[in-house]
Design a protein around this ligand. Structure first.
Ligand code: PLP
Length: 378
């Protein structure tokens, strides 16, 4: 069967049809950094060198390409390397419209990069239709949004932003890390570039750094520039990481099913808890982006939420300190539930001092609730 007709769980379980040499069911790791030429000096492999070609990387890219419904996909050694590759395609003097309140690493990179390159950077709340429409009333080159946004958990309407971006002459790039291509296929909603930190749920086992870009139009100038930049600037993921990623992805839809179900249950339970002021999770009917989540996310509202503990930083940190099963660590999307006090990481960013970001894993939901219950009880 062709990849196009297969559902995500079948694509990933079979690693998009990748096999190893000699009848092996599972592909091996191709570690060679260079490729031979035959006696007539013809290349014996699709590439010349490890910076432009590696079979293991290509096989992992094919899984993601099929999941995204993309024309082409490229892996990078981290999510930030993937994001940087998009920004590096911009000419000096360009204009970027960046969603405000997104992953601070992207914001910080974009701010520094745009200053150095003489690029105008306008930060706007892309989840507010009037604000994004106003920002795109003037021409732009790139619009960058993150859906859902981390840790504010806002949802921009990807199809609407794509129309506005294209009207302004800009490409739309969407960071869908907190959704993954299993929950939201951003290219089908009109985005030009899909970006994910594959370090998160795509790999899912908290043991690989990786990033990925996919495109709707493989013949576009922007995609050609991204691909050339990856080879020339050398932002290449190693074959071992690509192989681990492919193994992690075999269970991606299965993991997400459990993570989303756990997250929904935890969000509902936390929202009803006396020690909790608010829960920001798009799966809750009271969330401002709930209707959009129902339309834009298939199979669940994701694994990420922000929990505002009643009180301030002291109360939030005290609760976190009492957790016994849930790990206190940065990052998200792994099989283990992690909690982070974001204001400690991003002081002066306006993130509430009582906000705890929870990345929900695949544990038994009863155990997670029991841990949170004893931690919130004090
Ligand atoms: N985008 C989002 C939404 C993230 O949460 C992160 C990392 O936390 C990144 C991008 C950067 O990815 P990486 O850490 O793989 O470079």
């Amino acid at each position: 069967m062709s990849g196009k007709s297969l559902k995500p769980a079948s694509v990933t379980a079979h690693a998009a049809g990748a096999h190893g040499a000699g009848g092996a069911v599972v592909p091996g790791v191709n570690v060679s950094t260079t490729y031979r030429r035959d006696a007539s000096y013809e290349l014996m492999a699709p590439g010349t060198y490890g910076r432009d070609h590696n079979d293991t990387v290509t096989a992992a890219e094919e899984v993601l390409r099929q999941l995204e419904g993309a024309a082409a996909t490229r892996l990078f050694p981290s999510g930030m390397a993937a994001a940087a590759a998009v920004f590096r395609t911009l000419p000096a003097g360009a204009r970027v419209v960046l969603q405000s309140g997104i992953y601070y690493g992207v914001t910080s990179f974009a701010r520094n990069f745009c200053v150095r390159r003489g690029i105008t950077l306008d930060e706007v709340d892309a989840a507010d239709p009037a604000l994004i429409a106003a920002a795109l009333g003037t021409p732009a080159d790139l619009v960058w949004i993150e859906v859902p946004s981390n840790p504010w958990m806002k949802l921009a309407d990807i199809a609407a932003v794509a129309r506005l971006a294209h009207g302004a002459g800009a490409l739309l790039a969407v960071d869908g890390t907190a959704a993954t291509p299993v929950l939201t296929r951003v290219l089908e909603l009109g985005a030009d570039i899909s970006m994910h930190s594959a370090t998160k749920a795509i790999n899912g086992h908290t043991d690989v750094l990786a990033g990925v870009l996919s495109c709707r139009d493989a013949d576009s100038a922007a995609w050609a520039a991204i691909c050339a930049d990856r080879v020339e600037a050398g932002a290449i993921i190693g074959p071992f990481e690509a192989w681990l990623l492919m193994r992690g992805m075999r269970t991606l839809p299965l993991r997400l099913e459990r993570m989303c179900a756990n997250a929904q249950r935890l969000a509902e339970w936390l929202a009803a808890h006396d020690a909790v002021e608010a829960v920001w999770y798009p799966g809750l009917p009271g969330h401002p982006g709930h209707d959009l989540a129902v339309r834009q996310m298939q199979g669940g509202a994701g694994y990420l939420m922000s929990v505002l503990v009643r009180g301030g930083a002291a109360e939030a940190l005290a609760a976190v300190g009492r957790l016994q099963l849930i790990e206190r660590a940065t990052s998200l999307g792994g099989i283990e539930t992690l909690v982070e006090h974001r204001a400690t990481i991003e002081p002066q960013s306006g993130i509430p001092e009582n906000l705890l970001r929870l990345s929900v894993g695949i544990e038994d939901a009863d155990d997670l609730i029991a841990d949170l219950d004893q931690a919130l009880a004090g």
